[in-house]
Write a protein that binds this ligand. Structure first.
Ligand SMILES: C[S@@+](CC[C@H](N)C(=O)[O-])C[C@H]1O[C@@H](n2cnc3c(N)ncnc32)[C@H](O)[C@@H]1O
Length: 209
């Protein structure tokens, strides 16, 4: 069970809630992801062997912590967080994290700035609230993600069961199924608030842009 549920509202949770109230469509959640969800996100990714990894929308850093714990020394890793407030807190929590205050849609340009060329990224880990995004933004981010991923590279992103049933959630699933060679749904994480699951997507082995 996820012990964090019984804690009183911590500073991170309060900040998260405040961000949600200011920008609901950008944050897309009322509470930070649980440790259970963070572990489910990185399960099976073999991050220990990865050489280039990118995280989208780290928020309070729940997934970042699990990624950093697994990466080998020398692996290249950076995160893209659009909210300046979230970015400031992340810099406090992870002083050595390479963090861009930009949009995930610009991942290709940011990879190049890091010396990572299209087709070189092993895994993209996303905390973005895709079901709250307009179709155009969903498509822009997924297209850019396919460009940076290596053949056979992985993209993981979570979804809340409640949002997944709505139109934008269903459209996002269809977009994933059109874009990736394989799309799997993880077991649910019921002690997350709200309950969630992970989409595990694999880019085709045939190299394409
Ligand atoms: C659901 S929250 C993050 C959840 C995270 N796992 C946590 O526990 O804190 C989504 C995050 O994505 C960020 N975000 C939204 N749109 C973005 C975009 N286009 N590019 C990068 N980050 C974005 C938001 O600012 C927010 O911090």
């Amino acid at each position: 069970m996820d012990g964090s549920r019984s804690r009183p509202l911590g500073g991170q949770t309060q900040r998260f809630l405040r961000e949600f109230l200011i920008r609901p469509a950008t944050v897309g959640a009322i509470a930070p992801s649980s440790r259970g969800l963070a572990r489910r996100m990185v399960e099976g990714l073999s991050l220990e062997q990865a050489t280039a990894v990118v995280e989208y929308g780290p928020g309070t850093g729940a997934f970042t912590e699990e990624v950093l714990r697994r990466l080998a020394p020398g692996a290249r890793f950076f995160a893209i967080e659009r909210s300046p407030d979230m970015a400031r807190d992340l810099r406090r929590r992870f002083p050595y994290l390479k963090l861009y205050e930009e949009s995930a849609a610009d991942v290709e340009r940011l990879c190049l700035a890091e010396g990572i060329h299209p087709g070189e990224v092993d895994c993209v880990i996303s905390g973005l609230p895709f079901a709250a995004f307009p179709t155009q933004l969903q498509e822009a981010i997924i297209t850019a993600t396919l460009r940076v991923l290596k053949p056979g590279g992985r993209f993981v992103t979570f979804a809340y069961y409640v949002a997944h049933l709505k139109k934008a959630g269903r459209e996002f699933r269809r977009l994933l199924e059109r874009s990736f060679d394989r799309v799997e749904l993880s077991r649910g994480v019921m002690f997350n608030m709200p309950p969630a699951f992970v989409y595990r997507c694999r880019k085709s082995d045939a190299a394409r842009g």
